[in-house]
Design a protein around this ligand. Structure first.
Ligand code: HEC
Length: 116
């Protein structure tokens, strides 16, 4: 009886280990392929711009910045210009200076120029 119990414990441990390795492997791949630019932008201020972009910008500029109601943002390289546009708006774009924090807007600037 006792010996059988030990074997089931070992089996459970092996399965848990396999699951953990499996999950970690998957997560790693996803991160490197889709979230790499996000990690870079999140580092300086600690703000992750990706969810902000998805909530406030993607509706007009596309999930990947490819454009829609608003212009394609993928070729932009000037983070300060992006921050200015986000803060004050312009044309058919609303201003976000009152709804987003300075940290959010800075993070968005870096995030947008990293879109490709
Ligand atoms: C309601 C739709 C809409 C939303 C929401 C929106 N934009 Fe825009 N955006 C536009 C339009 C339209 C323009 C073009 C403005 C013009 O005609 O000058 C624009 C222009 C821009 C530009 C300048 C593009 C260039 O080529 O210089 C940037 C940068 C930008 N948006 C970033 C953002 C970011 C970042 C967000 C989220 C915080 C956002 N936009 C949210 C519609 C939108």
């Amino acid at each position: 009886m006792h010996r059988k119990h030990v074997w089931s414990l070992l089996l459970a441990l092996a399965i848990t280990t396999a699951l953990v390795i499996g999950v970690a492997g998957c997560g790693g791949e996803t991160t490197t392929t889709t979230a790499a630019p996000t990690e870079t932008t999140a580092a300086p201020s600690g703000v992750d711009a990706a969810p902000i972009y998805a909530a406030k910008c993607a509706g007009c500029h596309g999930a990947g910045g490819e454009g829609g109601a608003g212009p394609d943002l993928r070729a932009l390289t000037d983070a300060a210009a992006v921050e200015a546009q986000v803060t004050t708006g312009g044309g058919a774009m609303p201003a976000f200076g009152d709804t987003l924090s300075a940290e959010d807007i800075t993070a968005l600037g870096t995030f947008v120029i990293d879109l490709e």
